[in-house]
Structures are given as structure tokens and as C-alpha cells.
Design a protein around this ligand. Structure first.
Ligand SMILES: C[S@@+](CC[C@H](N)C(=O)[O-])C[C@H]1O[C@@H](n2cnc3c(N)ncnc32)[C@H](O)[C@@H]1O
Length: 218
């Protein structure tokens, strides 16, 4: 989606994608990546996700990228974390002990910022893009990630014609077709989460699958 769409969502606090709890797939599968405690982890399109707190609790250094300033400020204020802010090129850099958030466009994030990450976590980032922009995002993610880095990708899939995104439906076939060039892919789990998503139930979406993949940057 275009930046204006997300700025308006944050301005109006229409942030249904934000989870009040840590993502269960993250808790269940993160250990499979077997990353050392002090690993640097990249979280693209991070919003104010509490999943970053989970990653920091594992001992990791978290590097997030988020377009919207309010989202970043709310992350620090909601979690009562003191932070320092500085300008870094086109991005604003907000930093607390283990979490560094770069506020600005992921497409202009300098490669140097993620050059040392060994892990990544994409929840509601890939699925935030309509199909027309999704490959471009996936290519930018691959560009930012060092070879050999490993991560979790959490997606949603449903019959796209039943609802207009975001979130957009991303099928296992799409993942296989478009990510294989840059990533080794292992499907870890897939579960029906329709009953937990009233917006989808209300629109009579017949099924909704949440899937988690383990990706390794080639
Ligand atoms: C669906 S939300 C997901 C947020 C977070 N991953 C979570 O799980 O709560 C997508 C987020 O991506 C941000 N975003 C959209 N386009 C972006 C871009 N070009 N660069 C960085 N962030 C972007 C939006 O502001 C929004 O907070």
C-alpha cells in the first residue's frame, strides 16, 4: 500500500493488525532458528509489535523499520521504554537498550543497517502488500538480509475475492514461486484461525489460514 494509507491508519488508530499478545507462532517456533542470544534480528514493517519485546527478552538486539512516526513513538511509550532519537539520513533512529527502530521507508533503508543481522521476523509485513507490490518488497527484504540469515515468515491465506486487503492473502504457492530464488523455505505449520478473526467471520470469509515458514537467505 502507499505510505498515505498507513499514515492515515495510524493517525486514526485503526490498527486492527496490532496484537495485544506475543504471536503464538513466534513463541512456538523461534527456538528452531537456533540463533545465539546476542544475535541481531531485523523486523521489517514492525509497527509497534510486542513481538519485538519477546525477541529482546531472548537476549537479541532488535532492529526494526517502520514508516510511521506515531507507531514508533507509541512502541516506546506503551512499553515505558526510555529512548534516544537522532536523524540518520532519511530515517529517524530511535534507540533503547536492545531495540533500535528506524522510522522511514524500508525501500530507502541503507543496507549497512542490516549488514550484521543473522535473524529476521516478518509478521504482517509481506501480507501488508498487494500482489502488485509484494515481489518488490520481497526483493528489498532479500537485499537487506545477509546470506545465511534465518527467520520466520508468518502469513495469512484466504480466498482473496471474499475480502479486500490488507491483510492480503499469500498462498503457499505464492511463497514457493516467488521466494525460492532468494530463500530456502521450510513450511513449519499452518492452522485455521477464522474463529479468532471477527472481521473475516463478519464478511463470511469461508476459511482463513495462518502459516509460518522458516526462511534461510541463500
Ligand atoms: C500490517 S502492519 C504490521 C505491523 C507489525 N508487523 C505487526 O505485526 O503488528 C504493516 C506496517 O508496515 C508499515 N509500513 C507500510 N509501508 C512501509 C514502508 N514502505 N516502510 C516501512 N514500514 C512500512 C505500516 O505503517 C504498518 O505499521
Amino acid at each position: 500500500m502507499e505510505p498515505g494509507f498507513w499514515h492515515e491508519k495510524w493517525q486514526q488508530q485503526q490498527i486492527g493488525f496490532h496484537q495485544q499478545e506475543i504471536n503464538p507462532f513466534l513463541v512456538m517456533y523461534w527456538h528452531q532458528l537456533a540463533l545465539p542470544a546476542d544475535a541481531k534480528i531485523f523486523v521489517p514493517l514492525c509497527g509497534k509489535s510486542l513481538d519485538m519485546c519477546f525477541l529482546a527478552e531472548q537476549g537479541h538486539q532488535v532492529i526494526g523499520c517502520e514508516l510511521n512516526e506515531l507507531a514508533v513513538q507509541q512502541f516506546f511509550s506503551d512499553n515505558q521504554l526510555p529512548m534516544q532519537q537522532s536523524a540518520e539520513g532519511e530515517h529517524q533512529h530511535y534507540q533503547t537498550e536492545q531495540i533500535s527502530l528506524y522510522q522511514g521507508d524500508i525501500f530507502t533503508l541503507p543496507h549497512a543497517i542490516t549488514a550484521e543481522v543473522s535473524g529476521f521476523y516478518d509478521r504482517a509485513a509481506l501480507i501488508a502488500w498487494p500482489e502488485s507490490m509484494r515481489v518488490q518488497y520481497a526483493k528489498q527484504l532479500a537485499y537487506l538480509l545477509p546470506q545465511g540469515s534465518v527467520g520466520l515468515l508468518v502469513t495469512l491465506d484466504y480466498p482473496q475475492e471474499a475480502l479486500s486487503g490488507p491483510p492480503f492473502a499469500v498462498s503457499p504457492t505464492w511463497v514457493e514461486t516467488h521466494l525460492t530464488e532468494d530463500f530456502e523455505i521450510q513450511s513449519l505449520a499452518c492452522q485455521d484461525v477464522l474463529a479468532d478473526n471477527p472481521r473475516f467471520v463478519k464478511k463470511a470469509v469461508p476459511w482463513l489460514n495462518e502459516a509460518v515458514y522458516l526462511l534461510k537467505r541463500r
